[in-house]
Design a protein around this ligand. Structure first.
Ligand code: SF4
Length: 468
């Protein structure tokens, strides 16, 4: 895949992405097209984004063509789990040096691909470009094409050097490589009228395993998982699905829109968090598959699951009722977690609108009510002030905000990619309720909020002095 200015502009202005529309829905939002400025790679570069999107393909080898620090930057930073192969966990890199910068790194790359194929025999090798190897002009596409022929293994170039833009653009560049080299390259053994793909679900903490059994129970087959817990082969078959279910819609929207144009596969944007969202997802998928029988089965399953959840969640609902939380996360999660919290009787008093589309913001407003606060930026100072103003009992946010919560002496729940507990699906609701309950009612908070012994002694002494 050649990385041209035209390709970057196309990926930055996907018509299916609400970010690209002006607030009134008319015309394009120019800021989306803006090129990355120095410093914008902070918080994840395009290479990082592409590896986030593709590394969860568990049986493939992922080879980073660049200095060792690029591989180290993103390796193992996300908790995508595998039910089988662990090849994706190996950190392969060409580790280019000054010599390669001067004389070119193509030979080194070819040798690295050979070594990976000889030693690990993966079904495919994904090769990622980085700033250095893109700047010195290594022709990665040509090396990958030659290696594919020679080693009889698909070697897929992922042209995503960090300097081209943000993590989000990198996600889409990863998707482009899948579209160009993988999707449609093989035929499945058989197809069914109930085949779907999950796009943008990365199986963080094993979340997808809470959802796939529900689909199976309904007779829906997940043909390709793109890409959590995926095998290379299943993504080759993805073009035969009847519906694409987009989970983190902004990340791989280009895959859904292009598969709709090329293969006529309709897509729906869904969330697996909270009872209402999970129910809506099942109903929408059944509707798109267009089977009245299936729709009936979905309603029956929803009724069964709701009855089971009511029993399982009852003790938690009692203990969590009326608790106030500040939510600081991004995109779809900023409203889907509000809906999940509401299911448990928790009040979300403030949430972020970071990376949220106009549609997301409208949903947030509706769910928060008129007293709820929205946060555009979430510096620790701002978060601490919001926690104080709203008298929040807890902060739900990404891992790096846990120290802000500890400073405010309130419990914290990690909701982002580093989390260790699966919150998706119906079982995920029980897990979330359990985690919230444990965090909120831990005996440590009473200890932590007590005055320090030396402060307590001072107070007693002060009292004695005053009395005397
Ligand atoms: S690809 Fe570029 S921006 Fe990304 S980690 Fe490597 S050097 Fe840094």
């Amino acid at each position: 895949m050649k990385l041209t200015q035209g390709k970057i502009n196309e990926l930055l202005t996907q018509s299916g992405c609400d970010h690209n529309h002006k607030k009134d829905g008319k015309g394009k939002n120019k800021s989306c097209k803006q090129q990355a400025q120095p410093g914008t790679a902070q918080g994840g570069c395009a290479f990082d984004g592409a590896s986030i999107a593709l590394v969860p393909i568990t049986d493939a080898a992922h080879l980073v063509h660049g200095p060792i620090a690029c591989a180290g930057n993103s390796w193992g930073s996300r908790g995508s789990l595998s039910s089988g192969s662990t090849t994706y966990k190996m950190g392969f890199t060409t580790d280019v040096s000054e010599n390669d910068v001067i004389f070119g790194g193509e030979k080194r790359l070819y040798k690295a691909i050979k070594e990976v194929c000889d030693r690990y025999h993966p079904p495919a090798v994904f090769v990622y470009s980085t700033c250095v190897t893109a700047l010195i002009g290594d022709d990665m596409d040509a090396v990958c094409a030659a290696a594919t022929k020679k080693f009889n293994t698909p070697v897929i170039p992922v042209n995503s050097p960090g300097f081209v833009g943000s993590k989000n653009l990198g996600n889409r560049l990863g998707g482009e490589s899948l579209l160009e080299y993988v999707v449609g390259s093989k035929e499945p053994e058989y197809t069914t009228p109930y085949d779907i793909n999950l796009i943008g679900e990365y199986n963080i903490a094993g979340e997808m395993w809470n959802v796939t059994p529900i689909f199976e129970k309904l007779g829906i087959r997940v043909l390709a998982k793109i890409t959590g817990d995926a095998r290379y082969e299943e993504i080759c078959h993805a073009h035969r699905a009847k519906v694409n279910v987009m989970i983190c819609s902004k990340a791989l929207i280009n895959m859904a829109t292009k598969m709709k144009d090329k293969y006529g596969i309709p897509y729906t944007e869904e969330s697996f968090y909270g009872i209402d969202d999970m129910n809506r997802c099942l109903r929408n998928v059944a509707k798109l598959l267009g089977d009245a029988d299936l729709q009936e089965r979905v309603e029956k399953l929803i009724a069964e699951e709701t009855a089971k959840l009511d029993i399982a969640l009852a003790p938690y609902r009692e203990r969590l009722k009326g608790k106030r939380v500040v939510l600081y996360t991004g995109g779809v999660k900023s409203w889907s977690i509000i809906s999940a919290a509401k299911d448990l009787g928790i009040e979300v008093v403030a949430t972020s609108t970071k990376k949220s589309t106009e549609e997301d913001k409208a949903k947030i407003k509706e769910l928060l009510g008129k007293d709820g606060m929205t946060l555009e930026k979430g510096s620790p100072k701002e978060l601490l002030s919001v926690i104080e103003k709203t008298r929040a009992d807890m902060l739900i946010a990404g891992g790096r905000n846990q120290y802000t919560a500890l400073k405010a002496r309130i419990p914290f729940l990690d909701i982002n990619q580093e989390r260790h507990h699966p919150y998706a699906g119906y079982d995920g609701m029980i897990e979330m309720a359990k985690e919230l309950d444990e965090a909120l009612h831990s005996p440590i908070w009473a200890q932590l909020r007590k005055a320090a012994p030396w402060d307590a002694v001072e107070t007693v002494t002060e009292k004695l002095v005053v009395n005397y």
